[in-house]
Design a protein around this ligand. Sequence first.
Ligand code: PXL
Length: 277
Amino acid sequence: MAAKQKKIAIINDLSGFGRCSLSVQIPVISALGVQACPVPTGIFSNHTGYPDYAKKDLTGFMPEYLKKWKKLGLKFDGIYIGYLTSSSQINIIKRFIKDFSDKNTVVVLDPVMGDDGRLYSGYKKSTAKALKELVGLADIITPNATECCFLTDMEYKEKRNEAEWADIAGRLSVSGAQKVVITGINMGSMIGNVCFEKKNKKAGVSIVRKKSAGKTRPGTGDIFSAIMAADAVNKEDFLTSIKKASDFIAKCIVKSDELKIPLSDGVCFEEFLSLKN
Ligand code: PXL
């Protein structure tokens, strides 16, 4: 029998320009052969790393949107949670997980809230605080170093040793998650991803390192977590998936520099998904 095509609900914002969130995740998840079903949390003209942007919060519209999905009787193989535009969306998401999961559904939380030790421009502290409530509901969590610190109330420090990163990943997994990957850690000339996996009550920790391919660019964390989510529903091995995601991003960064794409505009991942050849 042919394998069933999987589908993922992507709860994230739509940013019109700057290659992040839904704009990169829908194509990447589709390219991995998984149906991508967006639940927009808000609409932005462009991401908030630009000096100015227009924003529409969609918290008020989400219940009506999801009522229709419920009427369609939808169930998802994966539920991905990314950028939220209000703390009230936490309760909507808790309900979403109850309504649209079955026993095999994988919940992936990318607690998108900041970088370089700071929250993103316009991202509310109250939302960051409320997001902690979702950590216990996820099977896989993909925070960056900054997000780890906000979630565990630890001081932000990019430079930590392996044991410290492993300890933080372990703390994040206490309330449930089987797998944690702390993404994009600056390790001198290398970029490291700390991978933590609970197996038979034991924890395996490893670090996937790759030579830095160029300056960091917005949206790369979103591409990373989209690959993790699509691979998770396709039952890909965790470390293989992390390696695939970091190789893909490195390739995109190199190409973006080659094509002289401004750093603010993210990575030209389209070059590697296309049907043109
Ligand atoms: O890539 C994370 C992200 C998602 N959504 C919005 C953002 C950012 C990062 O700046 O501004 C609106």
